[in-house]
Design a protein around this ligand. Sequence first.
Ligand code: PLP
Length: 481
Amino acid sequence: MTYISTRGAGTNERHTFSDILLGGLAADGGLYLPAEYPRVSSDELARWRTLSYADLAFEVLSKFSDDIPAEDLRSLTRKTYTAQVYSNVRHEESAVQITPLKTLGVENGATLSLLELSNGPTLAFKDMAMQLLGNLFEYAFAKHGEMLNILGATSGDTGSAAEYAMRGKAGVRVFMLSPHKKMSAFQTAQMFSLQDPNIFNLAVEGNFDNCQDIVKAVSNDHAYKAKHKIGTVNSINWARVVAQVVYYFKGYFAGTKNNDEHVSFTVPSGNFGNVCAGHIARMMGLPIDQLVVATNENDVLDEFFRTGVYRVRGAAETYHTTSPSMDISKASNFERFVYDLLGRDPARVLQLFRDVEEKGGFDLAASGDFARVKAFGFVSGKSGHDDRVKTIRDVFERYRTMIDTHTADGVKVAREHLKPGVPMIVLETAQPIKFGETIREALNREPERPAAFAGLEKLPQRFDIVSADAGVVKAFIAERT
Ligand SMILES: *Cc1c(COP(=O)(O)O)cnc(C)c1O
């Protein structure tokens, strides 16, 4: 399997899975994709139906990472996807599965269900990929004996998923920036209560944008970056995307009886990483009918899928919402989809994303390419705070099931795209406890708290307060590496 850049570089070079594992952007500023998508035969699909999650992950991933010996990859997936790691379940029937499918009911002739992706250590779907990444890093370093210092910025979910995946891992340190006193008490406690010596929480005196700017500034200092072996684990990382392909297969098998059926997925979306994995599953041959992109008030993606116009937002137009993990001004994985949409034409991708930088966007409405959005199964919708509250209340009253704010955006939009006879699977991206304030507003009761999190906010916290200054952060890292 060879990887290429969406902007054309690397056509003459051979990048393997291991080569791009630790990188972010390709050298030409594009994103990595396989030179062609592996296909799944109907025989394979039949054989995969009954596999455990770990073994299904092995089958899917081995199609993308043929440079990792099969026995190594199998032990990595078996170590990563255990019922023990995904034990934060809220219903007894979910207890022994990694990504259980919870059926809500039949609406407009379609079975509506939730694919529970948030039963891992940090209660958000980002664990599904990040846990694998942690084990892949450890494996790569045991082989090559190098050290990596991961630098990231978070407003909540990404940071804790990265820290719980990397804690205690040999060869890896994590330096995670978060806006001081701006995360919820629960999310703060999740991160700051970690006492592992390889985890560093930096509470930045500023907002999330300041944190991101610092990461950018450090990453652009190439000499510093090389000297201190700085890496990132943001959502453009290919290993994170490909790890997410697995649960679309799992969800499909759980929601159907045989491989002649089609299902649709609705994905609460921000940076387009999650739904991009669904697109890849579909390109591999998984019988997906629709991929429904659900956004919140930050509707860059909904606007594109409705109109063909991709227009990134400025800071003043980026809203802080009650589904904060979907608050984006542009969707960093979107370029991967656009590459396929344009028939894999790197010169045009390069031009369009230059237009994004220079003119703030592009318009495909008039081009024949936009018509292909339908052929790829994509539709979209958006949801706001009132929709969220109403949906949380409705799903609780109707189905006795508590959902978080992001999943509520998904259910709201899924309901706009139901087709009789086609199961609709909404990806549950986080547990309600992470966003307790809105749960209390909607239901007038406390969110469900998995047993392992009892008393979390009372644990001792370990963090350093730093000013919003890249130089200060650089010095902090340099002193500890
Ligand atoms: C990260 C996140 C999302 C958005 O996922 P993308 O891959 O960025 O589209 C949605 N919901 C939750 C809870 C998240 O943490």
